[in-house]
Design a protein around this ligand. Sequence first.
Ligand code: DAH
Length: 453
Amino acid sequence: MPYIKLISRRICQYSILKTKEALPKLLTINGKEYPTSNKDTNVTQSILNLTNRNLHLNPNHPIGILRTIIETKLNSLSPYKTFNNFSPIVTKWQNFDSLGFPPTHPGRSKSDTYYINDTTLLRTHTSAHEIECFQDINDDSGHNWRGFLISADVYRRDEIDKTHYPVLYQMEGSHLWTRPRETSNMEAEIKSLQSTLNEMLINNKMTLTRCQDEVEPPTETRQDYMTEQETKLCEMHLKTTLEIVVLELCRLKNMKDVKMRWTNTTFPWTQPSWEIEIWWDNQWLEICGCGIIKQDLLLKSDFEKDSTIGWAFGLGLDRIAMLLFGIPDIRLLWSNDKRFIGQFVEGQINTFKPYSKYPGTLRDVAFWLPDILQDNEEIHENDVMEIVRDVAGDLVESVKLTDEFIHPKTHKRSLCYRINYQSMDRNITNSEINSLQEKVRNELVKKYHVELR
Ligand code: DAH
């Protein structure tokens, strides 16, 4: 999910002072205390409760199984130092500034990101740890690590449906070469990767088709500090490595004919940059962003000028896990129901067998937005989502805007959201839903001064 696509919809600007609930002065998260700020804190307790689940460390959970498969494959190619225990709380600098995100980037907004206070937030991607990992392997030179792998939970304020959840798991990876000691060997390393890839194809009677015909041409050129040859070799090494990972997953899934393509894109800390797309169920699915690391990031990580080149990638584990294991609703990944967790075993990609689908119940909430007056307060669609999440958590399957209009006389704007209450694990009673719905309505009025219809 590249950052650029994460722009939530502002639904209203208004000037009434928002009623802030009394925030505790300090938030205790995983044993550490953080000061809150009335202006900036938007993280809720229900989100904080998810920060210690560590699904990626559970060897028998789809996320943990997938993480181990990819880590094992990559480590069979080169020694990568692995970091799987970073706290989800990072600074704004780590998450955005250090990577070169511009000050106006939408990913920074409070509608898209959970802030603990003005300077501290729940990381929105594992790239937030790139610098500290570079510094670590730079200091740990006795080991001759060739790069690192990070797996962790990341947090994004987002819509609610079967494929969106406020927590996702990502894996980040990077590979470096020291000049000239290691760069002199790049061609040989690529040859070795290519033969690994070819052997996988032959041994498993698989084919790999790269569909590059309709790909837009790149907008990014090589970095000045790298030669054309180095840039080409770095690109080939990155692409072959990630193709091996894709093939490994397809092999375990028994897929024989794999179709993929490399599209050109941009990220603030790589140049050039690409995305991998896989042909799955008759459409292109983007699964991974990557690129050649900008020198600026390496300098910030204390590498000597011009001493080092390398690549980095980041991929989302949830979506891939849902496809490989056949999991139809992302909430299942968070279920503690034995009928779900009992189905998965380390090293295996079992297809999920649905147990029972509990009926859902629809409820609409319609309201007039407060008057649009000044530029000082806003409601985003994600704020509505957050209220529903906080009240009903995993008892909600989806929330959709179903109606929107402006009253011809009063010029007031009306919105209607349809909430589908449905549990993955049990039947929910009507009275339970009624009371949740009542709370959602009350919270909308209390927090955003909407007028219920
Ligand atoms: N952090 C990016 C995201 O969440 C993914 C990514 C792209 C990671 C390119 C990288 C990279 O390391 O080089 O969308």
